[in-house]
Design a protein around this ligand. Structure first.
Ligand SMILES: *[C@@H]1O[C@H](CO)[C@@H](O)[C@H](O)[C@H]1NC(C)=O
Ligand SMILES: *[C@@H]1O[C@H](CO)[C@@H](O)[C@H](O)[C@H]1NC(C)=O
Ligand SMILES: *[C@@H]1O[C@H](CO)[C@@H](O)[C@H](O)[C@H]1NC(C)=O
Ligand SMILES: *[C@@H]1O[C@H](CO)[C@@H](O)[C@H](O)[C@H]1NC(C)=O
Ligand SMILES: *[C@@H]1O[C@H](CO)[C@@H](O)[C@H](O)[C@H]1NC(C)=O
Ligand SMILES: *[C@@H]1O[C@H](CO)[C@@H](O)[C@H](O)[C@H]1NC(C)=O
Ligand SMILES: *[C@@H]1O[C@H](CO)[C@@H](O)[C@H](O)[C@H]1NC(C)=O
Ligand SMILES: *[C@@H]1O[C@H](CO)[C@@H](O)[C@H](O)[C@H]1NC(C)=O
Ligand SMILES: *[C@@H]1O[C@H](CO)[C@@H](O)[C@H](O)[C@H]1NC(C)=O
Length: 401
């Protein structure tokens, strides 16, 4: 967080952690008239109706840092909050990687927002290394945590290439007690995205559920056990059917959208290459019940979702070699050894996240929605409205009276 020290700093910190400025989005959504045709009404399995309402948007110049304002009795203070922490410890998955801190990431151009608003995170693709040296890269963790939500990532490129192992995932505290959901992950020049769950003991994939992917096998049989401590932390995984879900062919399509829906009924993932993105996603009123069968799903019937998943941060990373890309290197068809591959920066020109936006939506039952909409404008929303008025003037910096 980037902030001038003031005596009232304590409430400021709380505002940052709760993503206060982004609550404006929800207030805005609540002020709209409810329109069943276009507003994306969804149905629970028992028939009750709900909406996915905007909760947080990570995009453009505000992806890594966002502006927030505190209003005091006769004053307003604008300041910046970080959305993500940069992880700079050794890679827990044994990658041959040096995760850099925020200042190095921004100064070396490993993380930046392009002038057109595209968010880029990439491997070092400009330094020639001696054999046996780790390559610089980036891993970021959202400060805000989520329990349930609809996460919609729109990207132009996901990293790929021999020795490269990227992931977009969510994870809770005390691994694996609060679960891990790997939404987009692969190695080398694979073409099929792999979706994986890692949990405490007692959570299983239902092989009879409806989804289009294939359960990943262990010793020749479908592995439906998500318990993280089994089989070298393999978790339970599903590979996508589509060859345009990871790697070169995904990139050649101009990327697309990967969506993860996590609620009390299931955790499901859909991927759409750019030309196939549903209109309700583009319109900002996502309705997963109209998207057809997911690529992968974990049903509450065989895994009590509330029990195994909670308080997840969102993570993006790019690592090299290590537990997956290293152990699979010899059989991948990639040249030489994984260590040798690290030497030449030209091998990492495609090891880049290029992101348009990450939008998080929260589930709102229709009954609650209607009653809140009726209260919009009454006392409870005044703090949001006064913030909004300050945003309209824009550019406040420092103390105003
Ligand atoms: C229907 O299911 C949803 C979640 O699946 C639950 O929150 C809601 O209370 C249920 N409604 C009824 C009437 O059972
Ligand atoms: C970031 O990493 C660089 C290189 O390791 C180091 O010199 C610098 O002190 C670090 N900055 C912070 C704020 O930790
Ligand atoms: C935006 O800028 C990035 C980085 O310079 C570039 O790779 C990308 O193609 C640009 N996108 C558009 C739509 O121009
Ligand atoms: C999630 O966070 C809430 C609120 O901080 C806490 O009560 C709960 O125990 C946490 N759950 C897990 C599994 O960490
Ligand atoms: C899946 O279906 C098969 C065949 O109907 C059945 O034997 C099996 O118990 C089912 N598995 C689960 C987890 O429901
Ligand atoms: C393994 O799972 C796939 C779907 O992922 C299914 O088509 C296949 O029948 C399963 N095999 C066995 C032996 O259950
Ligand atoms: C697969 O085989 C290995 C070695 O034989 C064993 O340790 C592991 O438990 C097996 N996995 C399953 C799911 O049976
Ligand atoms: C999810 O599974 C748990 C445990 O079986 C059950 O208590 C709960 O009612 C289920 N939730 C839904 C929404 O079906
Ligand atoms: C990077 O992507 C381009 C376009 O698909 C491809 O021609 C090139 O071989 C790739 N380079 C590496 C090192 O993977």
């Amino acid at each position: 967080m980037n902030l001038f020290w003031i005596p009232w700093a304590h409430p400021v910190v709380i505002l940052c952690l709760s993503g206060f400025s982004k609550a404006l989005l929800s207030a805005d959504a609540l002020s709209r008239r409810l329109n069943p045709e276009s507003d994306g009404i969804n149905y629970n399995p028992n028939g009750s109706e709900f909406l996915w309402l905007p909760q947080d948007t990570y995009e453009g110049q505000t992806f890594f840092e966002y502006a927030s304002i505190i209003t005091l009795r006769h004053a307003a203070l604008m300041f910046y909050c970080s959305s993500f922490n940069f992880f700079s410890a050794p890679d827990p998955t044994d990658g041959f990687v040096n995760f850099v801190n925020a200042s190095t990431a921004f100064s070396q151009g490993l993380a930046y927002v392009a002038s057109n608003g595209t968010v880029v995170m990439q491997a070092d693709d400009f330094t020639t290394l001696p054999l046996g040296t780790y390559r610089d890269s980036v891993r970021i963790t959202s400060i805000k945590t989520y329990t349930t939500g609809l996460f919609i990532l729109d990207l132009n490129k996901a990293p790929w290439g021999c020795a490269v192992w990227p992931a977009f995932w969510t994870v809770g505290p005390n691994w694996p007690a609060a679960g891990e959901i790997d939404v987009l992950e692969g190695v080398h020049d694979n073409q099929h995205n792999q979706i994986t769950w890692h949990t405490a003991n007692g959570c299983f994939l239902d092989p009879n559920a409806t989804y289009t992917g294939m359960i990943v096998q262990d010793n020749g049989t479908n592995n439906t056990d998500c318990y993280a401590e089994l089989d070298s932390n393999s978790g339970c995984a599903v590979t996508e059917w589509s060859t345009a879900s990871y790697g070169p062919y995904f990139e050649a399509q101009g990327g697309g959208v990967i969506a993860m829906k996590w609620d009390e009924n299931s955790i499901s993932v859909w991927s759409f290459y750019r030309a196939a993105i549903p209109l309700d996603i583009t319109a900002g009123t996502p309705n997963p019940s109209t998207w057809g069968p997911p690529s992968a799903t974990l049903l509450n019937a065989t895994c009590n979702i509330d029990q195994y998943f909670a308080n997840h941060s969102i993570v993006f990373d790019i690592t090299f070699c290590g537990d997956w890309a290293g152990n699979s290197y010899a059989t991948s068809g990639c040249p030489g050894t994984c260590d040798e591959r690290l030497i030449d920066p030209a091998n990492f020109v495609n090891a880049t996240w290029s992101i348009n936006s990450l939008r998080v939506f929260r589930k709102e039952p229709i009954a609650a929605f209607v009653s809140k909409a009726q209260h919009f404008g009454e006392a409870v929303y005044w703090p949001y409205l006064s913030l909004f008025i300050f945003f309209m003037f824009g550019g406040f910096f420092g103390l105003l009276t």
